[in-house]
Design a protein around this ligand. Structure first.
Ligand code: CA
Length: 231
């Protein structure tokens, strides 16, 4: 994978360590951004939408656990959590805060770069690029159609991703529900229909006569690129 346009955010309160990481990452042709204070981290991640975050556990203002949890409310950006104690890693794993990997201090910057690349490779599998000009970036819930941001909600994004993953395959409403709601909560068919309706509206707003999602009467929905008038 080409790393030249990927941005790594380093959230680390020790300036020397942050700078050392920056130098190594930039040598590997990543772009970097350093945040020293925990209080600025969540907003910075939201604003800059980095491709990966290296997040120190102990930070002034706000600790890494709180930051990680807050970020997971709006983003799936890969997070590597750094901690000073190896026994802390077990505890963090138990908390299920949603970090993708853990590294223990003191670490070699070389090791960190290797981990960054490994985590990015892994998360690249979440990235769906369909031939139809639709780009889905799971780490940011970002969907682009013909180069334009569809500005989807998390549920709309998930629906589109499921359908686009297998063009032509018809999904029933209950199949879609099962895949969207991990907690198996009961939602009515009407809920799916209304999400699909909004999603289709956002898609046709980009190109008026082209639809991506089609309803199959009495069955469900499928993804297919064809003109709306042939539907
Ligand atoms: Ca620290």
């Amino acid at each position: 994978m080409d790393s030249s346009n990927q941005t790594i955010m380093i959230v680390e309160d020790e300036p020397q360590l942050a700078n050392l990481l920056r130098d190594y990452l930039e040598k590997s042709e990543f772009r970097t951004r350093i945040i020293h204070n925990g209080l600025q981290a969540v907003a910075a991640i939201r604003d800059f939408a980095p491709d990966l975050v290296i997040l120190d556990l102990m930070l002034p203002g706000k600790d890494g656990i709180s930051i990680c949890k807050e970020v997971r409310e709006f983003s799936k950006v890969p997070i590597i959590m750094a901690t000073a104690r190896v026994e802390e890693i077990d505890r963090l794993l138990g908390l299920e805060i949603g970090a993708d990997d853990y590294i223990c201090k003191p670490y070699s910057p070389r090791e960190v770069v290797a981990r960054v690349k490994a985590v990015l490779r892994r998360s690249a599998n979440d990235y769906v690029d369909t031939p139809a000009g639709l780009v889905l970036d799971e780490s940011r819930f970002l969907a682009e159609w013909k180069g334009r941001n569809l500005d989807l909600t998390a549920v709309e994004f998930k629906l589109l991703k499921i359908l686009a993953h297998d063009p032509g395959r018809i999904y029933s409403r209950s199949q879609l529900m099962d895949r969207i709601y991990d907690d198996h909560r009961i939602v009515s068919d009407r809920t799916i229909d209304s999400h699909i309706k909004k999603l289709r509206k956002k898609i046709t707003a980009v190109v008026e006569d082209e639809e991506l999602i089609h309803s199959v009467y009495g069955v469900g929905y499928k993804f297919e690129l064809k003109s709306a008038d042939s539907n």
